[in-house]
Design a protein around this ligand. Structure first.
Ligand SMILES: C[S@@+](CC[C@H](N)C(=O)[O-])C[C@H]1O[C@@H](n2cnc3c(N)ncnc32)[C@H](O)[C@@H]1O
Length: 194
């Protein structure tokens, strides 16, 4: 990673922590992944040779930047979905600051609706970090748009284990998937499609 991006990611991590720590921002919290999770996502993207990444839950683009930088060497790209307008504007500004905007497509709207319009098997890696209560409803489309051999990564698997229980159980019950829980950051649930 180049020094400019590292500086920006450090700045965004500090900004996110200060922003979310202010009670005045409670309803608009950015809820960024931890820096260790960013490193882990980058490692997963590179290790799997992912070129086409889908992220659900952009916020201000902190995790998106980790992913977009990770696929830059192989000419990859990230599609990311967000519905909150304020966050969309922050994310677009951060993508431009990082010089990674040409590698990122930001879809504005509800992820459930957006997922329906995405092609079968069109992503190598999907990072899910949005509205946890909707994951079971989104699962058929998430499963459909992930290619065979593709990797699903879901944040908050330990921080919100109970909320995620129904979803993770459904994925584990699917014979096409092999899953594992990795205790990095807020807990990453990984599932690879056979
Ligand atoms: C935990 S934050 C994402 C943090 C981001 N991945 C990061 O690490 O920087 C979850 C985001 O999902 C968005 N979101 C929630 N429900 C959504 C939905 N149905 N469709 C699209 N985005 C949604 C929220 O507005 C919020 O910005």
């Amino acid at each position: 990673m180049d020094r400019h991006l590292k500086t920006l990611l450090d700045e965004l991590a500090a900004f996110g922590a200060a922003h979310d720590g202010d009670p005045a921002n409670h309803t608009g919290r950015l809820l960024n992944i931890t820096p260790a999770t960013g490193e882990f996502l980058a490692l997963l993207a590179k290790a799997t040779g992912a070129r086409r990444i889908l992220e659900i839950g952009t916020s201000n683009g902190y995790s998106t930047l980790w992913l977009a930088d990770a696929v830059a060497d192989v000419g990859g790209a990230v599609t990311t979905i967000e519905l909150a307008q304020t966050k969309i504007e922050m994310a677009r500004a951060n993508f431009a600051r990082a010089g990674l905007d040409t590698r990122i497509t930001l879809l504005e709207g509800d992820a459930g609706t957006m997922l329906e319009s995405l092609f079968d098997a069109s992503f190598d890696l999907i990072f899910l970090d949005a509205q946890r209560s909707a994951y079971p409803d989104w699962w058929p489309d998430i499963r459909r748009v992930l290619r065979r051999g593709g990797l699903l990564v879901v944040d908050n698997a330990t921080s919100h284990a109970e909320e995620m229980a129904g979803f993770t159980a459904a994925v584990r019950a699917d014979r096409a998937f092999t899953a594992s829980l990795v205790p990095v950051g807020k807990g990453e649930f990984l599932a690879v499609k056979a």
